[in-house]
Design a binder for this molecule. Structure first.
Ligand code: ZN
Length: 819
């Protein structure tokens, strides 16, 4: 995956227990790799025969978020999620099929439940009565819409897939009802959900493998079935869950779909089913899926992967990114797997996205979002960047509007769900600080005594976490403190006294003692600077400090291009240079940076360049050849180390979560014999037409195909033009002498509609005219090979390859070289 420099390998510290006599009671401080599972906790946990739960969610409302996290929630309430009905026609109550008692009407697909899933929880977490009441109106409508057979909501979905039910939108609405029940205990919910699941259980098995979205995302419904089983004990729900697992797309076998949101929520399915299967291989399958995707497409900081709609072979440069739906679904998956596995790695991964990648998916006021958040993203304009990113149209600019229809609604649950997972109950009747953030939690422990813990911290912008406990009486329970993967030497104080606390990275420190009212815990998680080298991304590097990754600070110019005063659509342009390579201390790269902390209290909204609580100073040189391409995308990284004759400058790096314009994955400047020249684009490819999923860059990306039907290398196709005359062209930066070309044709016989062309010719540019080359040899159309054509040498600024496509077929090229 990647090399850690400066942080070293994990230090082999034995997990140890330290016991201190405390009168009759003994205080035990120990470290565990995972929270142990067990029965008999104080909160809803897995019933037999399911795998016992190590960690359990506290009832929504038990945790009051504070600090920067509360500010995100308040901004969300005042921003897009809280006022989305002003800009989204999918949320019009009148005529909504989600609001009608018979399920008739419009807009009955995923949008309303996507939004309500986070909107309701936003109200519960903030204890905001207006939001809770507005959510309740929709929830009551859903609860009042159930048919005698158990179906509810939009009737059209019942036959939405060629007469078969489209079960996907209901999976989201079930999440809405789960939260509503957790917060209110409303007595209608469980019978209602049972009745719907009875209907579901009556479906023929093939209904669970039907449709594109449902069959891939049905793991969501398995989680809901367990949630319902744990509250009702209805054993047939487990039969239903198994039936769904058996017939849905099988994520336990492999990564079976490469759509980014499908991955972000689908990859976890075997981990969810593990609680029923009780076989570790299912939990491991979720990890394998995660590793497989990020191992290819996630080779940069921030916790995401390049899935700018779908993952595409050859597209793994950090100029690509993840959809906002992908970020929130990944967060939700990691939160789920934390509780199922008791493994702190999932909580670490959750923080990685929450601190580094999720905040810049939105404007600082949370009134707009964009579709794609990428690790290297230097200009957020509204223009088409396809096929550099897969979709055409605007993907980078910020909008509250329907242009980002799914994300616009689905973004809602990111922060509320996160706030609900800060603290978890443990199976041994204690509490676990799972995700660190300023907060107050009230929960039952031990014999059922309710204790309150106030957590004060600026984490992740500070390494110190202070806990103060209130309890009506002395009570013994274990307190689990997560030790992140980057922390080698945690330090612990109890009531001001230092205590021995040895724990390896990626473990839990357990303080098991009799706690008294007013007890205080101070946990320090020292953060050190580390440099990671991304071998699979051209040996580029990134810089971390604890859970924070860093970006170059780039000046921002915000421009409104649409929307209204209340709901503007915005572009962001760079006002300062960004094309830097880092000059690193070769012996100890982490020594290349100096860290400064902004004095004074943390800004309420710290995720902006100016409010950035931390800054790094670094040495860098510009790489003049590293530019934006014709679509405004940052051009791809080239192999480090790279040469630069530019002067050494001091540049500022800020936390990646504060940077909407960002370079996080840098070339490294080299001076030795291995340093390479940055190849400025010497020729620019273009085409008469290129399919949105393909790329003209594929023509000269240097990737040699295995065959003409090779789908694992990028290609350029004229799809869906058939039988037409088409061309591809190279424009040279300066005139050059050329005498031969080689063409590797794409032909997907057996799979699709592309064939080698009927014929082709080669033209060169003279002035503004295109002329045929002379003495041309054969213009070949062989499969599975380069077709070489030689001609009388010409000095020219451009070459054009003209083709006549076969009747009724399209065509394409995998690689085109020029000599
Ligand atoms: Zn989306």
């Amino acid at each position: 995956m990647f090399k850690t420099i400066g942080c070293g390998a994990a230090v082999a510290v034995l997990l140890c227990g330290v016991s201190t006599a405390m009168g009759a009671e003994e205080q035990v401080i120990r470290a565990v790799r995972e929270v142990p599972a067990g029965g008999g906790g104080l909160y809803v946990s897995n019933r037999e025969p399911l795998q016992p739960s190590p960690l359990m969610k506290l009832p929504i409302g038990s945790i009051i978020p504070r600090g920067w996290l509360r500010k995100q929630l308040e901004l969300e309430a005042q921003g897009m999620t809280g006022r989305l009905a002003e800009v989204s026609h999918w949320l019009k109550f009148e005529n909504s099929a989600w609001a009608d008692p018979q399920g008739k009407g419009q807009n009955g697909w995923e949008e309303l439940p996507y939004w309500l899933k986070g909107y309701g929880d936003l109200g519960y977490v903030l204890k905001d009565e207006a939001i809770t009441k507005a959510a309740r109106k929709w929830i009551d409508a859903a609860l009042n819409s159930q048919d005698a057979d158990g179906w509810f909501g939009p009737l059209a979905n019942k036959t939405g897939l060629k007469g078969k039910p489209d079960l996907w939108p209901h999976m989201v609405m079930l999440n809405v009802l789960q939260s509503f029940h957790e917060y209110t205990g409303d007595e209608r919910v469980l019978p209602f959900m049972l009745k719907y699941h009875q209907w579901l259980n009556g479906r023929p098995p093939e209904d669970f493998g039907n449709g594109y979205w449902p069959k891939i995302r049905f793991g969501d419904n398995i989680e809901t079935a367990y949630w319902l089983y744990n509250r009702t004990g209805e054993k047939w729900l487990l039969d239903l869950a198994r039936k769904i697992h058996d017939h849905m797309a099988r994520w336990d076998t492999d990564v079976i779909d490469w759509h980014n949101v499908n991955i972000a929520q689908g990859f976890r399915e075997p981990g969810v089913f593990f609680v029923q299967a009780k076989d570790e291989k299912f939990l491991q399958a979720a990890e394998r899926n995660y590793q497989k995707v990020t191992g290819i497409y996630g080779q940069f900081p921030g916790g995401g992967f390049v899935g700018d709609e779908n993952c595409r072979p050859g597209y793994s440069d950090p100029r690509g990114g993840l959809e906002t739906c992908g970020w929130v679904e990944f967060l939700h998956s990691f939160e789920m797997l934390t509780k199922i596995s008791g493994n702190p790695l999932w909580a670490d991964r959750c923080e990685e996205i929450a601190f580094n990648s999720f905040p810049p998916s939105m404007t600082p006021d949370l009134k707009g979002l964009h579709y794609l958040t990428c690790p290297n993203q230097v200009q957020l304009d509204k223009n088409n960047k396809s096929p550099g990113v897969q979709n055409g149209g605007t993907m980078f600019s910020y909008s509250p509007g329907a242009v980002y229809r799914c994300c616009q609604h689905n973004v809602s649950h990111g922060w509320p769900y996160y706030a609900e997972e800060l603290w978890l109950a443990t199976a041994d009747k204690g509490l676990c600080a799972s995700l660190y953030a300023a907060s107050e939690v009230s929960a039952k422990v031990a014999d059922g005594t309710t204790v309150t813990i106030v957590e004060e911290t600026d984490y992740p912008f500070s390494d110190t976490i202070s806990l103060k406990l209130s309890a009506p009486k002395a009570v013994r329970f274990p307190l689990y403190l997560r030790i992140p993967r980057w922390c080698r030497k945690p330090a612990l104080k109890l009531n001001g006294q230092e205590v021995a606390a040895q724990a390896e990275p990626l473990s839990y420190l357990v303080v098991d003692r009799t706690w008294s009212d007013g007890d205080r815990v101070a946990l320090q998680l020292p953060m050190s600077l580390a440099v990671r080298t991304w071998e699979k991304n051209k040996n580029a590097v990134s810089v971390d400090c604890g859970p924070l990754s860093f970006s170059l600070k780039i000046g921002e110019q915000w421009k409104r291009y649409g929307g209204t005063d209340a709901w503007p659509e915005l572009e962001v342009y760079p006002t300062t240079p960004w094309n830097y390579g880092l000059v690193l201390d070769e012996k100890d790269p982490a020594q290349s940076f100096t860290l400064a902390r902004k004095p004074g209290p943390l800004a309420e909204q710290p995720f902006t360049p100016d409010a950035a609580p931390l800054e790094l100073q670094a040495k860098a040189r510009k790489v003049p050849g590293w530019r934006q391409d014709g679509t405004g995308l940052v051009s791809k990284l080239q192999a480090s180390p790279v040469k630069s004759e530019e002067p050494v400058e001091t540049v500022t790096l800020i936390p990646m979560g504060c940077a909407r314009l960002r370079i996080t994955t840098f070339p490294v400047i080299g001076t030795g014999p291995d340093a390479k020249e940055w190849q400025a684009a010497s020729m620019r490819p273009s085409a008469s037409h290129c399919f949105g999923g393909d790329s003209v860059d594929a023509l000269c990306d240097g990737q040699k195909p295995a065959s003409s039907n090779d789908h694992n290398v990028p290609r350029m196709t004229w799809w869906d033009h058939k039988g037409t005359k088409e061309w591809v062209q190279y424009d040279f930066a300066k005139a050059r002498k050329v005498s031969a070309v080689e063409v590797y044709w794409f032909d997907d016989t057996g799979k699709g509609g592309c064939r080698v062309p009927e014929s082709w010719t080669l033209l060169y540019k003279e002035g503004n005219e295109w002329k045929p080359v002379e003495n041309a040899g054969e213009y070949g159309t062989k499969l599975d090979a380069f077709n070489r054509a030689t001609f009388k040498p010409v000095e020219t600024t451009g070459l054009r390859l003209e083709v006549q496509l076969k009747t009724d077929f399209s065509g394409g090229i995998l690689e085109w070289t020029v000599e």
